[in-house]
Design a protein around this ligand. Structure first.
Ligand code: HEC
Length: 636
């Protein structure tokens, strides 16, 4: 679409906005069909809007029990719905696949995609191929064994299921591809699940009739814990080509053999036709977490090339003959402490969609150069319902390792997949940032974590236009045409894996809000209200030093994932140092009794008791009293 172009981009203005009524991570790619926009928000809620005006047509809340938010590794996000005929399909955080009538928003059916009630979550969008709804799931950190399933779009009946990693070897294999995988595992991986979850990437080539599936990391992360006598651990961190009619494996390519760093290959898969060394090739491109950009032949799986798009200290390069990464000393870690290694578990690039400009042959990558702190957890003891990645350090060891780590840097990178080198890159002020959109008029759109929608020249990255929306953007912008007019939409709302509100937005409410722009529109960008921060003095310190210390350990085991390390909020979920007297009075009711379950605060009574809940409180109070008021205010 070329109506919006570099010459008139300054006339881009707001046509309408819509509040989802939710907060936390909004990662959705909206769909627009027949003048209706379908998008998803946190808790897998589907919203149908008039795409011209933003007027709400219907909302379908599939009713995920909010306390199950505890089972989502990386926030209760959703990346989008799928459309087929008159139905919308969405996967839910509690692992269901839901069919909704797109004319009235009513639920037609929903099926539970989980096996043995394990805490699988669905955050990715389904993909529909010839009447089959394909869906995977997440949950590797919480004991999942990965698979991808196909359901009949009409009836919801299960058609096939492809397990990505072998299960208990004393039981029969579910399908023949696992005969290839089984000998690449050692030890007792199946007890923790193994991982390999299919939580995002699904792509389809109708001509070749191949479904491409990206698989996730190993669980636990460390291969010393997962598969102690070595092995590649197929099909972790792999790209699989499946026959969508029956789920049979056609070919596979493993990006990170024996994954040791949470380097998923679930990052979305891009299909393109490129001329490489004078020959037209049907390729598949991916920038998985591991820092290398891959170009494969998508008909055969043949490795074409891979080069570093982001800092990587775990491997020097990918061997051009074998297609295997060459691991190096700086990627090695053990149980003696935390080792910083690039990329981190957030990846050189994560789920944030990339975009491709076929005129310039550039792929626009939201890139992150950030070291993760890796360790082999001592006394690894997986528990139900918490993160069991096997990468835990004591809070003090972790703090020390983090203090040594350089500040992460985020970029918009234009990558040339033929030359396998950067065309240009620009550095962003904060991290992480949103997915990208490339248009035929050589524009690149990207939202940033500090709340701007930015427009760049595709050739050289020159910034052409910028709008401040005061809400962090993680999702990718989209474009569509209605009545001959081109629109740009983007969904704002920060949250998700590892996300913290940048300082500039800390005092702002983090609402989920959709913005739709077109040329000549001029609605003002709605202001975002400040957070109402209760003006309180923390209670007196209490508890023995031993209790406070035990509270600190427990806090970092069970609470820091949402409420932030060192009892300091990441700016999205509440800062416990600022709890009101009423919250303190109700502490055990909230933490053990499920009093705030409807808000997404689960009960932890299955893992901690009353004394432990109070020990955590004593640590939070101690921290509140040792932090200045100004620091608490900005961290809230
Ligand atoms: C999966 C995310 C998650 C985890 C883990 C979690 N919480 Fe929460 N907690 C929430 C959410 C969501 C709320 C609702 C308030 C909000 O929206 O910020 C909340 C609210 C609270 C509140 C009320 C705060 C206030 O001022 O209203 C307390 C107290 C609390 N949590 C304590 C804990 C403790 C203690 C732990 C660890 C045992 C814990 N939480 C673990 C998500 C979480």
């Amino acid at each position: 679409m070329q109506q919006i172009n570099p010459a008139n981009i300054g006339e881009l203005g707001l046509a309408w906005s819509y509040d989802t009524g939710q907060y936390r991570g909004h990662e959705t790619t909206p769909l627009v069909v027949d003048g209706v926009m379908y998008l998803t928000s946190t808790w897998s809620i589907v919203h149908a809007l008039d795409a011209r005006t933003g007027k709400i047509l219907w909302v379908n809340d599939p009713g995920t029990p909010r306390e199950l938010g505890r089972m989502a590794c990386c926030d209760v996000v959703n990346r989008g719905a799928a459309l087929w005929g008159d139905s919308v399909y969405v996967g839910t955080v509690d692992g269901r696949l839901v069919r909704i009538d797109r004319t009235n928003g009513e639920t037609v059916w929903n099926v539970d995609t989980r096996v043995n009630n394990i805490h699988y979550t669905i955050t990715g969008a389904p993909r529909i191929i010839k009447g089959k709804v394909i869906i995977g799931n997440g949950g590797a950190e919480l004991g999942a064994r990965g698979y991808v399933s196909a359901y009949d779009a009409e009836t919801g009946d299960l058609e096939w299921r492809f397990w990505t990693v072998p299960g208990d070897p004393s039981l029969p294999l579910e399908h023949s591809a696992l005969e290839t995988a089984l000998p690449t595992w050692t030890g007792e991986w199946w007890k923790v699940g193994g991982g390999g979850t299919v939580w995002d990437a699904l792509a389809y080539d109708p001509e070749l009739n191949l479904l491409y599936v990206g698989t996730g990391n190993g669980a636990p992360w460390s291969r010393a814990l997962r598969s102690p006598d070595g092995g590649d651990n197929l099909f972790l961190s792999s790209i699989l080509a499946l026959n969508p009619d029956n789920g049979d494996l056609v070919w596979y390519y493993q990006t990170t053999p024996g994954d040791n760093w949470d380097y998923t290959a679930t990052q979305h898969i891009m299909l393109a036709d490129l001329v490489i060394d004078g020959t037209p090739r049907k390729v598949l491109m991916q920038a998985p977490k591991n820092g290398f950009f891959y170009v494969l032949d998508r008909a055969t799986g043949e490795f074409i090339s891979a080069e570093n798009y982001a800092l990587a200290t775990w491997a020097s390069h990918v061997d051009p003959v074998t297609g295997r990464p060459v691991e190096i000393e700086s990627g090695v870690y053990d149980s003696s402490g935390g080792v910083p290694i690039f990329p981190s578990a957030l990846g050189g690039h994560n789920w944030h969609p990339m975009a491709f400009n076929p005129n310039l042959n550039h792929v626009y990558i939201p890139k992150l150069d950030m070291a993760g702190i890796y360790t082999v957890e001592r006394d690894y003891n997986p528990e139900t319902g918490i993160n069991n990645s096997g990468n835990r350090l004591s809070p003090d060891e972790f703090g020390a390792a983090m203090a040594m780590r350089a500040e992460p840097k985020a970029y918009l990178l234009a990558w040339d997949p033929i030359k396998q080198q950067p065309a240009w890159e620009i550095e962003h002020a904060t991290w992480p940032n949103g997915g990208t959109l490339a248009t035929a008029s050589n524009l690149v759109f990207q939202g940033t974590g500090d709340g701007h929608l930015k427009v760049f020249a595709a050739e050289d990255g020159k910034i052409l236009h910028e709008v401040s929306v005061e809400i962090g953007i993680m999702a990718p912008p989209i474009t569509f045409t209605l009545d001959g007019e081109q629109y740009i939409s983007v969904v704002a709302g920060s949250g998700g894996a590892g996300v913290r509100q940048p300082e500039v937005l800390r005092h702002k409410q983090n609402t989920g809000r959709v913005f739709t722009f077109k040329l000549g529109a001029n609605k003002p960008i709605p202001a975002v209200a400040d957070k109402a921060i209760p003006d309180i003095t923390p209670p007196q310190n209490f508890g023995t030093p031993m209790q406070v210390e035990s509270g600190k350990q427990l806090y970092h085991r069970y609470c820091s994932r949402c409420h932030g390390g060192s009892a300091t909020s990441n700016g999205i979920i509440r800062d416990l140092r600022h709890a009101t007297p009423t919250i303190h009075e109700n502490w055990n009711n909230i933490v053990l009794g499920g009093m705030f379950e409807a808000l997404g605060m689960a009960s932890f009574d299955d893992v901690i008791d009353e004394d432990q809940a109070q020990a955590i409180r004593s640590y939070v109070v101690k921290t509140a009293n040792s932090t200045s008021e100004a620091e608490v205010q900005t961290a809230h």
